[in-house]
Design a protein. Sequence first.
Length: 312
Amino acid sequence: MPSTARTGSLLDRFETVFEEKIAPGLEARDHERIALVQKTRRNWTLVLAEGAAAALVAFLITHSVDALLLAVPASAVSYWLRIARPAKRFTDSVRQDVFVPLCDALGFTYQLQPNGSNVGYFQELGLAGSCNHRRFEGEVSGRYKGFNFSLLGAHLQYRGVGSMQTVFHGLLVSFDMSKSFHGRTLVLRDGGLVGNFLGHGGNKLERVRLEDLEFERAHEVYSNDEVEALDLLPRAFTDRLLELEEQLAAKVRLAFDRNSLLMSIDRNRDAFSIGGLNAPLADKKRLREFVIDLTMVLDVVETLRLNAETKL
């Protein structure tokens, strides 16, 4: 695990980090971006032409109008090979140029292609929906103010017959706490995931009622240790959680389990986005949202006062 992050918030230091460690490399690569955009525009004509040609050949061979439908999959394959794959390779390379020095400046580690091995744990706890298609957008991990953490960008989807539904798109965050919890306590946002979770036998979680009516209107708390749950969720804690959701403009779910505090932050967007390819790479505005997100999530240790309010 990397060393503890150095003092000073990322937002305070972002200007220096960007100008000294990130911008020079991005400026040197901007000609690659321009060339890729120009090539992409030219390749759109080839994509459409190759799809039409494949359909025409199939029609001449089969003499069936249905053969013309081959234009769709043929165009899709051509699009992936000529446009999507080159764009992904370039974008992934730029992400490395951006997030590695950014995280290194804070003493953290960035992974472009994490394995997402703990996603099943989040799903087991009801913090993310069931899926059969997963895409990970990057991961930051390290140690912050005495807590080991990981922050994973995930896009989880359920692919059915002829459709694809997003069940979660945002951040899956875990903090390793200094001791294990006696029970399992969940703070969820709606009844759907709760119903799915409680439908699996053996969990024996019961609804816990809090005095904070504003919090109760938006959240549902379940636990197999009511005393501990009430101790973990005093009014000061729930007030700060509502503030965090407002700041992030997201649905936040929590789980206290084993020796971990887990958070899912559903924002319906890529957490590690570097923006589109039609603007210069060295535009610092492209990274500002990520910087704000990272700062607020890491400051959850202070925002929710984990040490003081949860007696950890």
